[in-house]
Design a protein around this ligand. Structure first.
Ligand code: PMT
Length: 316
């Protein structure tokens, strides 16, 4: 009897590729090729929540919690650490550099005279510094966006596969908040669900955990870091360890919904010890972001991984 396809394959058979998929894969391929020629390291940073549409012509959808703070801030620190970055993010969530402008009114920052428009004195320093950083790093940053769970998983698979060319120079940093439940395309109504039909009951299918094929098939030589989000502190360490044991990747970063901006735990496949990163009061007073410490910590681990696996691969 023929063996059944694994559930992750069935997911891709049943859910169509996103629009502009091939254009995006070409961009990713060129970006990885250039990085390998330049012998640069590349970090894939995933960021933001995935949506699960309830209708094919989507009016309503279920969303996963994530503003994109973790991913967008981390992307900046990876760029500063010398990585090229593929930023796979939820459309309209926070983006590197632009995140610093969110909530600010641009009209409050400019002065308009009859023949000139300038940035006012108060904002010149801040905006100038930001623009300078952006200009310096923009050629090392590739931004690709998604909205739905299915778009995200198609792009994740394709990006990981394209990054194979980089061998152990590739780092995957999976900070996106990925849904565990979805409605397969074939079971989704075409048009808007009508409230005249009465109360709505939904039946959602389980999404296969894509970390399994990611680690073994799509990016077997990359350094892979996943996040584990919990709301119950007593489960955080155990769940993070379980994830590492189950998928055999390199680091799991556990975080709690309430304290994610000041506290994380790192579980590493090479060490029995769990490391904590916690921002101190003086870190907070100096506007230090936890992502700068997370990225610094991972860079050291990736250096070691690279040194252990570089035979036959490009150097950095
Ligand atoms: O953006 P912010 O507001 O700053 O928030 C950041 C964050 C809290 C969202 C981020 O730090 C975080 O924890 N992201 C991971 C959230 C998540 O999906 O956790 P999880 O426990 O549901 O999944 C664990 C791992 O399995 C994840 O690496 C995920 O990519 C993976 N997964 C999940 C579902 C699925 N169907 N397949 C998967 O492979």
């Amino acid at each position: 009897m023929a063996q059944e396809d694994p559930t992750w394959k069935i997911f891709f058979d049943e859910n169509p590729k996103p629009v502009h998929f091939h254009e995006n894969v070409n961009l990713i391929q060129d970006f990885c090729h250039q990085a390998s020629v330049k012998k640069n390291r590349v970090a894939l940073v995933t960021s933001g929540g995935t949506t699960v549409p309830l209708e094919q012509n989507t009016v309503r959808f279920i969303d996963n919690f994530s503003a994109g703070t973790r991913g967008s801030a981390s992307a900046e620190y990876f760029l500063e650490a010398g990585y090229q970055v593929i930023f796979l993010h939820r459309s309209k969530s926070l983006e590197p550099y632009f995140r610093h402008l969110v909530g600010k009114n641009i009209f409050d920052m400019i002065e308009v005279s009859p023949d000139n428009v300038t940035v006012d004195k108060k904002h010149q320093f801040e905006l100038g510094k930001l623009a300078e950083k952006f200009q310096r790093h923009k050629c090392n940053l590739l931004m690709i966006s998604f909205s739905t769970l299915s778009d995200y998983l198609w792009l994740l698979q394709a990006t990981a596969q394209q990054m194979q060319i980089l061998g152990p120079s590739a780092l995957l940093y999976l900070a996106a908040a990925v849904s565990d439940f979805y409605i397969p395309a074939s079971q989704m109504p075409c048009h808007k669900i009508q409230s005249s039909g009465g109360p709505l009951s939904l039946s959602l299918q389980l999404v296969p955990k894509m970390l399994a094929p990611l680690v073994t098939l799509w990016a077997p030589n990359a350094f892979i870091v996943s996040f584990k989000l919990e709301t119950n502190e007593t489960l955080l360490e155990t769940k993070s360890k379980e994830s590492l044991l189950k998928y055999h990747h390199h680091v799991v970063i556990g975080n709690l919904l309430d304290s994610r901006k000041v506290y994380v735990v790192l579980v590493d496949s090479n060490s029995r010890n769990v490391e904590e990163i916690r921002l101190s009061t003086s870190d907070l007073e100096s506007d230090i972001e936890i992502e700068s410490k997370i990225v610094g910590n991972l860079k050291t681990r990736h250096d070691q991984y690279y040194a252990d696996h570089k035979t036959g691969a490009i150097s950095n």
